[in-house]
Design a protein around this ligand. Structure first.
Ligand code: NAP
Length: 277
């Protein structure tokens, strides 16, 4: 495998059909050497015979798994240039009744999972005074609505961590980029429904059952942006010599940016209508 002179990019959550997989392909198309990771190698089977990819199993909730993959990559290539914290779980439930273990799991994956990998690569990147850390947030943070509060709060936490990290890591030559997808075609709807089917029966919120369930697939409408299109634009922003601190792209990203700037009472009115409350 040729890797001299190529940028080594490590991405989490690269299962086929999702954003991570599309990002992996887009980085490879730009000549990068991609360490594509996911919880199971079988979910990336289509990348197996392509020499541009080095496939590894990585579960972001396991510190052991994170440390092992980072050390394997450093042993193999001697460096990691870009790390993309893409792995994430959706979570749909009313906050008054969400099992706290589910809320914790959402944060463990989306927030602490990213921090595990960030802390594992910083010593290496700081020693080279070079590197890029990319954290995948969500447009929902700009206007948090009902039913996805746990997910949105986890992404808000990740985006806030990104902002502080960008300043703290500047002296060490490390760039931190927040990538904010709009509604992008992926497996997130199926994953959201699978998680939702494990929820307890709602008490207060039983009358809202249909609207809550529908939230799980809200990002997967006919106008959702194809993951390949999102990935191409995102990779081109990340690979810039001076990458942006914030990159948002995809269906509904403009709508959410507008909602963010509206007075809260108007935003609440719009969201209550949209989410049938
Ligand atoms: N699609 C959208 O509209 C949208 C909008 C805003 C933000 N996002 C964010 O974009 C990122 C990618 O999501 P997606 O839309 O591509 O959804 P997806 O198709 O469901 O992909 C999520 C990926 O994360 C992986 N993952 C989940 N838990 C993990 C863990 N503990 N360790 C390692 N990997 C884990 C999944 O693995 P498995 O296949 O094993 O489950 C899958 O590969 C997520 O952070 C998501 O929150 C997506």
């Amino acid at each position: 495998m040729e890797f001299y002179g190529q940028q080594v990019v490590l991405i989490t959550g690269c299962s086929q059909g999702g954003i991570g997989h599309a990002l992996a392909r887009a980085f490879a198309d730009e000549g990068c050497l991609v360490v594509a990771t996911s919880r199971s190698l079988s979910s990336m089977a289509d990348l197996e015979d392509d020499p541009r990819f080095f496939l590894q199993e990585l579960d972001v909730v396991s510190e052991e798994s994170v440390i092992q993959v980072v050390s394997t990559v450093l042993d193999t290539y001697g460096r990691v240039d870009v790390v993309v914290n893409n792995a994430g779980v959706p979570c749909v439930a009313p906050l008054a009744e969400i099992p706290l273990s589910t809320l914790q799991h959402t944060f463990d994956t989306n927030v602490y999972g990213s921090m595990r990998l960030i802390q594992a690569v910083i010593p290496h990147m700081a020693s080279r005074r070079k590197g890029k850390i990319v954290n995948v947030g969500s447009v929902t943070v700009l206007s948090p609505g009902p039913w996805a509060g746990a997910y949105t709060a986890s992404k808000a936490a990740l985006q806030a961590l990104s902002d502080s990290l960008r300043l703290e890591l500047k002296p060490f030559g490390i760039d931190v980029i927040t990538v904010v997808p709009g509604a992008i075609k992926s497996n997130i709807g199926n994953s959201g429904l699978a998680g939702y089917n494990k929820m307890p029966e709602w008490k207060l919120y039983k009358p809202f059952e249909a609207a809550i369930r529908a939230r799980a697939t809200a990002s997967q409408g006919p106008k959702s942006t194809p993951s390949e299109e999102f990935a191409k634009k995102t990779v081109s922003a990340i690979l810039k010599k001076n990458p942006p601190a914030w990159f948002s792209y995809g269906h509904l990203s403009l709508v959410f940016a507008i909602l963010y700037h509206l007075p809260i009472f108007i935003r609440d009115f719009v969201l209550r209508k949209a989410m049938k409350l």
